[in-house]
Design a protein around this ligand. Structure first.
Ligand code: ADP
Ligand code: MG
Length: 554
């Protein structure tokens, strides 16, 4: 039998509410550090004992709390950050719910010492279980220091969910160093059991912090984000170079208006931004800082404020994607120029010879720069070439695939007419393949690849897309690959990438010097010359210094 309904007492209410906010030592650190940042601190010093299970201490040099307000700060729903419900529509601070301190004091013993800059001395209060002591004078510099002890001693069941002190400390350290990325001008330090774990001095840039958060190797592969040209607030950040990735999205960090989010809000923008730059199943990493108008962000969707709702998520995602794409293209272009520095003695390119005339399909403009000098073909698969001071190895298939893919995309965009074949040829499909081919036939035609039904299970190929007429296109292996996932590509682009792959020089095709020169030259004009649409590298550069190292000369 259920008993009669009654109102819960204050203590129980407090603990229930606190349960949402204070889950583990990290939650306490988060609430206190957010308060310090909201108070304009330039320095935040965190010290914890036994992973925070025994004690958590957060010291800041922010605005402080006046004596008269010390007790109020611990009252539930007491905040200086909102004045009316209308303020909820444009929140500019990390806190706003007025339940951080109250929630901590519901599940731990808290001592808070604070001094506002204008006062001669500070005051201290202690709070626990719904009661806050009278303020007493206490010495200290301007700012606030909060010490939390005995976390969950009054709710033992909560303790059971905690991990070892080392694991709880690791969470705190990761969170704090990651949050610090968003506040480079603020000095942060973390002490564990009396020993310094790390110190971030106040800085203009976030470089040192990037190294700490991502590790020195991965941090070195981060590229600063190009300015988004879309008309919306702003996005800054760092994203990993193609080829540097991780198995999961955990290191796709996102700040919105200074708030570190745990959401995968922009996962789609990352994926789309790296389409054709990354390998299937791998994830790029980096950190994005979005600055949006306060009224375009609603952080009031989660008690711990670790998620937000955006007013125009599609627009934001599109702008972020554009910024990533621009960054990667610019970076790839820069690295190609660096990888292939175009020796003055380069052989003239006759791009009209052989099958490779097709390489000039997109535009017939003059080549921007002479290509590196092609020396030889290795194993009918790799092109050996030389620029001023480096050996450049090109994977002929990957390179050609990239060129063909960009050609196809470009032509489809322009609706360029396809190239009719002088001698159409007929292919016959297995009955099972006919519906699969029918499903993609229209998208193929958009890309210039025209196939007409030609009787039972047969098709006549009348025109091809990238103009590789001389190579007979084999439909069957194409259909077998057409369903492959390629990270971030739409089904149509995926089809085109597969079409590109099947239209071009394979590993094992012998090419003459002119063909190879044309291929390398055309590669240099691609938007993303460094990777094929599947994300594999197209070229590798071995500099004189690399060679010297192989010969142990350095
Ligand atoms: P909220 O952060 O949502 O306002 P809190 O319970 O965390 O709620 O804090 C209540 C109030 O106490 C804050 O609004 C702020 O005025 C004051 N406060 C808390 N911590 C600090 C601090 N470190 N420095 C200055 N003021 C603080
Ligand atoms: Mg707060």
């Amino acid at each position: 039998m259920p008993s009669a309904i009654r109102l819960l007492d204050e203590t129980t209410v407090g603990q229930i509410a606190a349960g949402e906010i204070v889950e583990r030592p990290l939650s306490v650190v988060k609430e206190l550090v957010e308060n310090a940042l909201d108070a304009g601190a330039r320095r935040v010093a965190v010290a914890v004992a036994r992973g925070g299970l025994d004690a958590i201490d957060v010291l800041d040099d922010g605005a402080g709390i006046a004596r008269e307000e010390l007790q109020l700060a611990f009252a539930r729903h007491a905040t200086s950050k909102l004045t009316s419900a209308a303020d909820l529509e444009r929140i500019a601070t990390l806190g706003f719910r007025g339940e951080g301190l109250a929630s901590i004091a519901a599940v731990a013993r808290v001592r808070l010492v604070s001094r506002v800059a204008s006062a001669e001395i500070g005051y201290a209060v202690t709070a626990f279980d719904g009661t806050t002591s009278q303020p007493e004078p206490a010495a200290g510099p301007p700012g606030t220091r909060v010490t939390v002890e005995g976390l969950f001693e009054n709710v033992p069941v909560r303790r059971e969910y905690l991990r070892t002190p080392a694991a709880e400390f690791a969470r705190i350290s990761t969170f704090l160093s990651t949050l610090a990325l968003g506040y480079p001008q603020v000095a942060f330090s973390l002490v564990h059991d009396g020993r310094s774990a790390w110190i971030f001095p106040s800085a203009q840039s976030v470089e040192q912090r990037l190294q700490h958060v991502f590790g020195p190797g991965p941090a070195a592969a981060l590229v600063p984000l190009a300015r988004a040209n879309a008309g919306f607030g702003g996005v800054r950040g760092f994203v990993s170079r193609p080829g540097y990735d991780r198995p999961d999205r955990r290191m796709q960090l996102l700040f919105v208006n200074g708030r570190l989010l745990r959401s995968t809000l922009l996962a789609g923008a990352w994926t789309a931004g790296y389409a054709t730059f990354s390998l299937a199943g791998r994830q790029p990493y980096g950190v994005l800082f979005l600055e949006l108008a306060a009224e375009d962000v609603d952080p009031n969707v989660h008690p711990t404020k670790s998620d937000v709702r955006l007013r125009r998520p599609d627009r934001v995602a599109a702008a972020v994607k554009a910024a990533i794409v621009e960054t990667l293209e610019r970076d790839a272009g820069g690295r190609l120029r660096e990888a292939v520095s175009f020796a003055p003695q380069a052989a003239p390119i006759d791009s009209n010879s052989g099958d490779w005339s097709a390489l000039r399909l997109i535009d017939d403009g003059a080549l921007e720069s002479p290509a590196p000098r092609v020396l030889a073909q290795l194993d009918d698969t790799f092109i050996l070439s030389l620029d001023g001071d480096a050996l450049v190895l090109v994977d002929q298939h990957a390179a050609h695939e990239r060129i063909a893919f960009e050609t196809i995309v470009e032509r489809a965009k322009r609706g360029a007419p396809s190239e009719p074949l002088l001698v159409p040829y007929v292919v016959e499909l297995e009955p099972a393949d006919v519906p699969r081919f029918e499903a993609v036939r229209e998208s193929l035609a958009e890309a210039g690849f025209v196939a007409e039904p030609f009787g039972e299970g047969a098709y006549r190929i009348c025109a091809t897309s990238a103009g590789y007429g001389a190579r007979t296109f084999d439909l069957r292996p194409f259909l077998a690959d057409a369903g492959d996932e390629i990270a971030g590509l739409s089904p149509r682009e995926r089809l085109w990438a597969t079409l590109a792959c099947h239209s071009v020089a394979r590993a094992g095709d012998r090419l003459d010097l002119a063909e190879m020169s044309a291929l390398v030259a055309r590669l240099a004009q691609c938007t993303n010359p460094m990777h094929c649409p599947h994300g594999r590298p197209t070229l590798v550069r071995i500099g004189a210094d690399d060679v010297a190292r192989m010969f142990k000369r350095t």
